[in-house]
Design a binder for this molecule. Structure first.
Ligand SMILES: Nc1ncnc2c1ncn2[C@@H]1O[C@H](COP(=O)(O)OP(=O)(O)O)[C@@H](O)[C@H]1O
Ligand SMILES: [Mg+2]
Length: 217
């Protein structure tokens, strides 16, 4: 089983939205997926409560239970565990970083979000944990703002090859307990999410160093 944690000390960057939509997209690819919500705000858990389908399952747990919970999921045959965390530095976030095979740091293409990644990157570097940035809520299309943000982040680490655009499907699917790939399977948000999942899967398999050019739909 592989574990991916969504971390960054800033709210509103898209940790919870990307986590639940990635869980759905991975499930659609035939993976057995579980989402662990370590954020006391419980955004992912609330999404699951609104969701009609029973999977991918989302549960909140206490931080000390994380290693045992992941071991249980692995024994139960899960392929992927996604951990959503709060936008603050906390023991829960550190535990998620330590448990994850890959940490994803969502950032909007704004100076505030890029600066906010720095303490997270410092902690991850100190812990020696692999991470990648994911540009999220980008203006649709190819824009200087997105490519500049990509270049700046790329100085500090790998950036996911797909930049996620600002799209209403993310807001709607959060409200409806759906993933963006369910909300509109042929939509742009859906295809970006599938590409992001593919990038993450490839990186988890160690087949990319994440240095390739970003692609903006
Ligand atoms: N790519 C996107 N396009 C449009 N809205 C988005 C996108 N990603 C996230 N959002 C919205 O931005 C807000 C913050 O996202 P959320 O996932 O809750 O961030 P975090 O978990 O990092 O605090 C939510 O209202 C969410 O629906
Ligand atoms: Mg959140």
């Amino acid at each position: 089983m592989k574990t991916v944690a969504f971390v960054t000390q800033k709210g509103g960057t898209g940790k919870s939205s990307l986590a639940v939509s990635m869980a759905v997209a991975a499930q659609e690819r035939g993976l057995k997926v579980y989402v662990i919500d370590l954020d006391p705000q419980g955004t992912a858990k609330s999404w699951y409560e609104r969701r009609e389908a029973p999977s991918p399952e989302v549960a909140t747990i206490e931080t000390p239970q994380l290693p045992a919970a992941l071991a249980t999921l692995a024994r139960q045959g899960y392929d992927l565990a996604l951990i959503d965390t709060a936008g603050v530095d906390s023991p829960a976030t550190t535990a998620a970083m330590q448990a994850a095979d890959l940490c994803l740091i969502p950032a909007r293409p704004s100076i505030a979000d890029i600066e906010a990644t720095r303490p997270t990157v410092r902690t991850l570097s100190r812990l020696g944990r692999p991470f990648s940035f994911v540009l999220n809520q980008c203006p649709p299309g190819r824009t200087i703002r997105t490519s500049d943000a990509f270049r700046v982040l790329n100085l500090a680490g790998a950036v996911a090859g797909t930049a996620m655009a600002m799209r209403a499907d993310h807001l709607d699917s959060m409200a409806m307990g759906l993933g963006v790939t369910e909300r509109d399977p042929t939509g742009k948000a859906a295809s970006e999410m599938r590409e992001l999942l593919q990038w993450v899967t490839t990186r988890l398999e160690g087949k990319t160093n994440g240095q390739e050019e970003t692609r903006v739909a």
